[in-house]
Ligand binder design. Sequence first.
Ligand code: GLC
Length: 622
Amino acid sequence: MVRKYRIGEPIPTDSVVAEIEITSGEIPFFTRDDEKKSLSLELGDSDRIWGLGETTRGMNKRGWIYISNNTDDPVHTEDKKSLYASQNFLIVDGNDRKFGIYVDTPERVTFDIGYTKASQLVISFDDFDFDIYVVQGENLKDIVHQFRKIIGKSYVPPKWAFGYGQCRWSYMNADEVREVADKYDKAGIPLDMIYLDIDYMERYKDFTVDDKAFPDFPAFVKEMKDRGIHLVPIIDAGVKIEEGYNVYEEGVANDYFCKKENGENLVAAVWPGKVHFPDFLDDKVRKWFGNKYKVLLDMGIEGFWNDMNEPAIFYTEDHLKEVFEKIEDYKGRNLDINSFFEFKDLVGTISNNPEDYKRFYHNYKGRKIRHDKVHNLYGYNMTRAAGEAFERLSPDKPILMFSRSSFVGMHRYGGVWCGDNMSWWSHLLLNIQQMPALNMCGFLYSGADIGGFGADTTEDLLLRWTAFGIFTPLFRNHSAMGTRRQEIYRFEKIETFKKLIELRYSLLPFLYCEFMKAVEQDEMLFKPLRFEYEDERSAEVEDQLLFGEHLMLAPVYKQNATGRYVYLPEDMKMFRFRAYNDYDEQELTKGDHYVKADLGEVLVFVRNGFELPLVKPALRVE
Ligand code: GLC
C-alpha cells in the first residue's frame, strides 16, 4: 500500500507515474518541524536503513549523512555525502515496523541517518515543498515492489548490451579501435561493445565526428558491426559555443539554452571550453536535443552514454571573471592566515560551485525556475530527451542508453554507471554495495567501471572485479586518460580473464532471464541477504549479494586473498568456477564457512536445488 502526503507546493519531478490521491493528515511515523524544515523519526537500536541509491558507504545507511545534490565528484571516499545521483527512496527496517519512504522533490534533501544523533533519522529540506510516499508491504521485497509499481517499468537495453564492453578515455582514432577489436578477437575473448569517449568528436562537439581520426565514420561503424561489435559513443550535456556549429546555432536561435537572470545564455565551460547548457527541462528542448541523436543513429550507431550531466561545470564565465578580479586584489598584499587560504581556494572552488547553479534558469512546466531548485533533475531530463527520442526514432529496435547523473524516473529511459570510481579494492566493495540500492529505484541496467576508472589498476584487482562484473548487467571495463591501460589482453593472465568473460557469456540466457523477470515483476536483481532471510546475521552481511531468485554471490574484494569467509543463511550448493566448463561443486550447510577462491575463481551459491543453466559461450551475444 502506498500513501501520498504533500507538504507545501512541490515542484513536480515526473518520477512517479501512478495516479495517487493525496492523503490528508499527518505523515505517519515522522514528527514534522516546519520551522526547521525537517521530518524526524526515532530509530530503535536494531533499525536498519536500506536504500538511497547510488551513495557512498555500506548497504545499511545508518550512521552517516547523505545529501541529494547531484555532484561531479570523482573521489568517492567515505567522507562524501553526495555523488552523481539523487534517489530519495529508503526503507526503515525495524523488528516491529518496516516501511519505505520516497521523498519526491528536486530540491536538496539531507538524510541524517543517526549521524547527529544515533537514535534519530532526520530528513531536512532547503525549502519545505515535497511529496512523500509512505510505502507499506508484507516484507522488504514487497515494499520495494510496491514502490517500483508506482514509478514505472525499468529500461530494457538491447540484448547485445549484456555482452562485455571495452572503453578507454579515449581511443583516439579508428585504428586504435580496430586494434582493440583485433586483440580481443585474436585472443578469442568475447566482446560486444567498444566505447568511444570524447575524442571521437570534432573538438568535443556533441553529434559530430572528427573525420580525420574517423574518416568515413558510417563505413567504420558498419565494418565493426559486421564483425559483431557495437560502437557506443559518449554525449555530453554542454553544447560548444562555436559559430557555424549547427547545434549551437539552432539552440541560440530558438532559445533552447539555459539563461541567466538578465536573459543572456549562461556561458559555462566543460571539455570543449565554453558551452551553453540545453534546457532539458523544457519539453520542446528535450524534443529538439533528442532528435539530434538521429545524426549518429543514421550513421549506424545503436547505443550511447550520457555524461557530465549533473551538469558538471569547470567554471562559469561570470565566476571566472570574479576570480580574476579578486586575484588582482591580492597582488602585492601580505597574505596572512585568512587571506592566504582564501586566495588559495579561489581557483580551487571554481568547479561545480553551488553558487554557479544559482546563476541560471529553466523553463519548466511553464514556469521560470532557478537551476539550483531543480538541479537534481538535469541529468534525468537529458537522458529522458534521448529515451523519448528513441521511442520516436527507433520504435522497433531498442537503443542502448545509460547516464552518469540520475534521479528516480530516469530508470524508465536508461541505465546508469556509477561514474568515476578508482582502481581501489574498496571501490570493488562499493560497487557490490551500490547495486541493490540502485535496483530498489528501478536502475537495473547498471554497473561500475570494471577495474576502476581513476588511478592505476592491478591485474589482480581487474581479475576480481571482472569476476564480480560477470553478474552486473552493464559489464564495462573503463579507465581514465593517464592511468595504466587496462584492456585485458595487456595482462599476463589473459587466459584467466578469457575464462571469466566466457563464463559471463555462458550464463547470458540465465542472466537475461533474471533481468527481464526483475523488470517485468518490478523486483530487484541484486538484494542484500536481509531481503530474503529474517535472521540477524543476514542483516549484517554487507559483502555478499543475492542475485535474482536463486543465487548468492560472495565476491573476493581483498588483495592477496585466496579465499574468504562466507555466511550461508541456509544450506546451499557452492559452485567454484574456473571456467564455464571447469568447476567443482560442494554442498554447504547453513552457517559460516571459509572458502577458497583463487584469482580467476568465481564463487556462486545456489539456493533450493536450483539447476544453474549454462550454455556454450560465443564471441558475441548474438
Ligand atoms: C567523465 C566520465 C568518464 C569519461 C570522462 C571523459 O569523467 O565520467 O567516464 O571517460 O568524463 O569523457
